[in-house]
Write a protein that binds this ligand. Structure first.
Ligand SMILES: O=C1O[C@H](COP(=O)(O)O)[C@@H](O)[C@H](O)[C@H]1O
Length: 240
């Protein structure tokens, strides 16, 4: 595990963009494509805008396939739909073709949307192991990542799949990659900043004894891949 701590969000996003471009270049050279899982929420907005502007000409974006680590069970036109935020900030500005973007179909019931997404992944990976080049993750102040929330049955899901989960505290369903599926990736990167996440990261990274149900981000530990945390000083202030 590699923990990177930045003074400013600009420095963090610039370095994270360089890291993404480097993995994209390696993947495109090896396989002629880059399978990239995007995170949702508010944290990646500035990063996506930076990629779409400053990094517009650094790689062939036509060779990138975009996926989502999790999705909220709302219409694709709803501002809370993770896909819409990525579309506005990254995918439309880069003119990414629709057949390179794997949105979660939330017009289906959550269980069906999860099964539909898994089917699309299996097809893309030609029914071989689903092995993303890079999974970008965020983390909530409750230590959830993707939509693996504390106390939900998704924490216990030990299958590499896509699952629907009911999140009681939000009174809603979510659709999410499971931790074993994320852990099959070659690279996993967390993008976490801000003081409100200091307590969570203290436990996720700092605790010797793991409590996955309380701190689901502890589940992320790539089997053969590399894990990197892109953080700031405020978030890591409680780590000793
Ligand atoms: O609900 C979600 O939250 C996390 C963290 O979001 P943030 O707004 O604190 O950046 C995010 O990683 C996840 O994709 C999203 O669905």
């Amino acid at each position: 595990m590699n923990l990177l701590v930045y003074k400013t969000l600009d420095e963090l996003n610039k370095d994270l963009a360089d890291y993404i471009i480097k993995i994209a270049e390696m993947s495109i050279e090896e396989d002629d494509k880059f399978d990239f899982v995007l995170t949702g929420g508010s944290s990646p907005k500035a990063l996506y805008q930076y990629l779409a502007t400053e990094c517009q000409h650094r790689i062939d974006w036509g060779k990138v396939y975009f996926f989502f680590g999790d999705e909220r069970n709302v219409a694709s036109t709803d501002e809370n739909y993770n896909g819409l935020m990525a579309k506005k900030t990254l995918l439309d500005p880069l003119n990414i073709k629709e057949d390179h973007i794997f949105y979660v179909n939330t017009s289906l019931a959550p269980e069906d949307a999860a099964a539909d997404y898994k089917k699309a992944l299996d097809k893309h990976f030609k029914n071989q192991e689903i092995n993303f080049d890079l999974v970008l993750l965020g983390m909530g102040d409750d230590a959830h990542t993707a939509s693996i929330f504390p106390g939900t049955d998704l924490v216990e899901n030990n299958k590499a799949t896509v699952a629907a989960v009911y999140v009681e505290k939000l009174n809603t369903h979510r659709i999410s990659l499971t931790a074993p599926l994320i852990n099959q990736a070659d690279h996993v990167a967390f993008l976490v900043f801000g003081e409100n996440k200091a307590e969570a990261i203290k436990h996720v990274i700092g605790d010797e004894e793991k409590d996955f149900s309380k701190y689901p981000s502890q589940l992320i530990n790539p089997v053969d891949g590399k894990l990197t945390w892109f953080t700031d000083e405020a978030t890591t202030s409680l780590l000793t």
